[in-house]
Design a protein around this ligand. Structure first.
Ligand SMILES: [Zn+2]
Length: 167
C-alpha cells in the first residue's frame, strides 16, 4: 500500500484488527521512508450479479437511489430511506455469499419498503416484478389490504385483551 504522505510505494503493517463483527479489517501501517503512520480498511467485496450475468459491487447508494425514486412525493424522510438501505445490506450480507443475484437484492428491498410506505412499495414492486396489467396491481393491492386487515384484527384483539385485564 502506497504511503499517502510521501507516495513511497511500500508500507509495513504494524497492527491489524477486525471491526464491524469481522466484516472489516483495519490495518495500521507505517511508512519506512517518512516514518508516518496511516490506517487502511479492508472489506470483502459483495458482488451483485445482474440478469445479464454482469457483476458489480453491492452499493448501498444505489439502493438508496432506487428507493428514493419510488418514494417521490411520499411522506418518507431521508433517514428512513438510509435505514432501509442499511437493513437491505444486512439482509444480503447475512446470507454469507460472495455473490448475490440482483433479484435477491430486490426481494430484500420489498419487505421493509412495504412497512415504510405502501404506495412506494407498489411503485417499486410494479417495476421489479414487471407488472404488465391492471390485474397485477389489483392482486398486489388485495394482498396489501389483507395484510392491513390482519394487522387491524391483531391490534383489536390485543386492545380487547388489555381492556379485559384492566377491568
Ligand atoms: Zn511515507
Amino acid at each position: 500500500m502506497r504511503c499517502p504522505y510521501c507516495r513511497h510505494a511500500d508500507s509495513r503493517v504494524v497492527d491489524s484488527r477486525e471491526a464491524d463483527d469481522g466484516q472489516l479489517i483495519r490495518r495500521r501501517r507505517s511508512c519506512p521512508e517518512c516514518g508516518k503512520r496511516f490506517t487502511t480498511v479492508e472489506e470483502a467485496v459483495l458482488a451483485v450479479v445482474k440478469r445479464s450475468g454482469v457483476t458489480e459491487p453491492f452499493s448501498r447508494t444505489k439502493i438508496i437511489g432506487g428507493v428514493r425514486k419510488a418514494c417521490q412525493g411520499r411522506p418518507v424522510d431521508e433517514d428512513s430511506i438510509a435505514l432501509l438501505a442499511q437493513k437491505v445490506e444486512e439482509t444480503v450480507r447475512a446470507k454469507g455469499a460472495a455473490e448475490i443475484p440482483s433479484h435477491d437484492v430486490g426481494l430484500a428491498i420489498l419487505g421493509p419498503l412495504r412497512d415504510l410506505d405502501e404506495v412506494a412499495y407498489l411503485r417499486f414492486a410494479s417495476v421489479y416484478r414487471s407488472f404488465d396489467s391492471l390485474a397485477d396491481f389489483e392482486q398486489e393491492i388485495e394482498t396489501l389490504r389483507a395484510a392491513a386487515r390482519a394487522r387491524e384484527g391483531a391490534a383489536e384483539a390485543g386492545a380487547a385483551g388489555t381492556a379485559g385485564r384492566t377491568n
